[in-house]
Design a protein around this ligand. Structure first.
Ligand SMILES: Cc1cc2nc3c(=O)[nH]c(=O)nc-3n(C[C@H](O)[C@H](O)[C@H](O)COP(=O)(O)O)c2cc1C
Length: 359
């Protein structure tokens, strides 16, 4: 409790901020807009990485993804992948021209094609060059710069030296996915090294990695009560209501899961989403929302790219995750996999969600 004159302010834990992780080929603008409309509960979305190159122009696909008129979400942060300050600054300048005030630097991508060029998490192996790069971009960039990082390339013990480098710069926030490059997505996040980062870092921290349920979220909160930002990727693909559930958990507390009699179905705290919260939804309503969301996404992809195989592939990719939210998920995942054409997929969706407008 803090005393200001005679006013007492109770210091409450700052409300948790939930970010949607960038997922290349999945969380583009079409996906983000539909997700926001049907679920939401997200404080910040991040674009999949934009590759800074010699070219003065962004690729059409990247430009479409970041144009403000294509994005109907509250807060979007463009992510840049680069290991050359001059290229990073050029793309950041283009983001400033489009009205963005923050960009995110990708120092986490583990893909071999990226790492072999010394970018993404591959840049973490060259600490002298990394330090020089950061010195230049933080000196010259007109925008705030946040960083998304792994712990290192081979060994988590690389991270303390990397933290010392980050600590020298005005990093807007540091999003840590506590794995090393060679883990890819295997093994478990190294929470001991994240704990060390909590002690040593002098900028705001965001935790990212393997939050796929409220129980996972509670475990992170219990171990790191000082952390007020989490980023979630695959967990939100599998359980799109997870961010809303986290907000409801924050608003109503852990015990209060039962509806109170005067609240209508789906009501939630403010800033929930266009679609309302998840509390009080019946199982049928929950499933119908999944169906409406998947159908709206398929329709939006067809409008953006034309109906055809690429849309089918995108929907298959989504159902790989989303099937986890369905009562007979394993079977449904197999059925979606077997579908050969988009009209077959649409037929399957009509069978699974007979009450939902196929759009
Ligand atoms: C298919 C896929 C694509 C990804 N693309 C990006 C990307 O463009 N930029 C980035 O920083 N991380 C990317 N990531 C990493 C995620 O943002 C996130 O850090 C990782 O999935 C761990 O979080 P999660 O366990 O909540 O999914 C990608 C991950 C996957 C699985």
């Amino acid at each position: 409790m803090t005393e200001i004159g005679t006013i007492f302010i109770i210091e409450w834990r700052t409300v948790m901020q939930v970010y949607f992780a960038p997922l290349e080929s999945i969380t583009g603008y079409v996906f983000r807009n539909v997700f926001e409309k049907y679920y939401g509960g997200i404080d910040r979305y991040f674009t999949p990485f934009i590759t800074a190159t010699d070219s003065k122009r962004l690729r059409n696909k990247e430009m479409r993804d970041i144009l403000p008129e294509n994005n109907q979400v509250g807060c979007l942060i463009p992510q840049i992948m680069s290991n050359r300050a001059e290229e990073f600054l050029r793309v950041a300048g283009q983001m400033a021209d489009l009205g963005y005030d923050t960009v995110n630097l990708n120092l986490g991508c583990p893909a071999r094609t990226v790492v072999s060029k010394g970018k993404g998490s591959g840049f973490l192996a060259r600490t002298v060059a990394l330090d020089r790069f950061l010195e230049e971009i933080y000196r010259e960039c007109p925008l705030k710069i946040s960083i998304k990082t792994r712990l290192g390339v081979d060994d988590p013990e690389e991270f303390p030296e990397i933290i010392d480098i980050y600590n020298q710069y005005p990093v807007e926030e540091l999003i840590i996915h506590p794995r090393v490059q060679k883990d890819y997505y295997k093994n478990t996040p190294n929470l001991d090294m994240f704990a060390e980062a909590v002690q040593r870092c002098n900028m705001p921290l965001c935790y990212n990695g393997d939050i796929c349920s409220l129980e996972d979220y509670d475990r992170i909160c219990a171990r790191f009560p000082e952390v007020t930002r989490v980023m979630i990727g695959r967990g939100l693909l599998a359980h799109p209501e997870l961010a809303l559930q986290i907000r409801e958990r924050e608003a109503y507390g852990k015990e209060q899961t039962a509806p109170s009699s005067d609240e209508g179905a789906g009501n939630g705290p403010q800033n929930m989403s266009g679609a309302g919260g998840m509390r009080n939804l019946s199982e049928k309503e929950r499933l119908n929302r999944i169906g409406a969301y998947a159908n709206a996404l398929c329709k939006a992809y067809c409008e953006a790219y034309g109906p055809g195989q690429p849309v089918l592939f995108k929907m298959k990719e989504l159902w790989d995750f989303l099937a986890d939210s369905m009562p007979d998920g394993k079977k449904l995942r197999k059925k979606v996999h077997k579908v050969q054409r988009l009209d077959g997929y649409q037929r399957l969706m009509r069978e699974v969600f007979p009450e939902i407008d196929p759009l």
